[in-house]
Design a protein around this ligand. Structure first.
Ligand SMILES: [Zn+2]
Length: 176
């Protein structure tokens, strides 16, 4: 069973490398996890959410397909992401790091191959913010947070806010 609680900066779960899912043998777990994840995403009005943010270290993330052009796909299981193109800077935030919005440099293009809930494999060729969102969520599966990708100066500037989040939200508590 998944805990279904949003994990905040400071939670160890956000820092682990997540394992792959066996889609056919883990259907029940996957359905319960995805239902928790979509609930959190809707409640928090987020753009995307990775499984570690919902307390599970598995390679799954969801994206709001109404806000991003993803050809209708919103569930990405065992994704593989290849990036290319020029470095693009744009603003990012993260539900696990409330109140911090920073410009992050990432490649402009991304090709993602993943599986949907029925085990169907698909590939999307993305650019701009959809490519950025996929890279942000995929980072979560390797324990990487967007604040890790800031310049040393920006990192120093958000350090205090990060320790405040750690203190306020605790290691894995949810404030409603
Ligand atoms: Zn995030």
């Amino acid at each position: 069973m998944s805990s279904g609680k949003l994990q905040y900066y400071g939670s160890k779960i956000l820092r682990n490398r997540s394992r792959e899912i066996d889609i056919s043998s883990e259907q029940e777990f996957l359905h319960s996890l995805l239902s928790d994840m979509f609930e959190i995403l809707r409640f928090e009005r987020g753009l995307g959410l990775a499984a570690p943010q919902a307390g599970e270290n598995v390679r799954v993330f969801i994206l709001n397909s109404e806000e991003l052009s993803l050809k209708g796909h919103s569930v990405f299981i065992n994704p593989e992401v290849t990036t290319s193109g020029p470095l693009d800077k744009d603003e990012e935030g993260c539900l696990s790091i409330p109140g911090i919005y920073e410009y992050v440099g990432r490649p402009y293009n991304a090709i993602i191959t993943a599986y949907d809930i029925s085990g169907e494999r698909f590939t999307l060729d993305l650019d701009d913010y959809a490519a950025r969102a996929v890279q942000h969520e995929n980072d979560h599966l390797d324990g990487i947070l967007f604040v890790d990708r800031l310049s040393p100066i920006r990192k120093r500037l958000v350090k205090k806010q990060l320790s405040e989040i750690k203190r306020e939200y605790g290691p894995d508590s949810r404030i409603l």
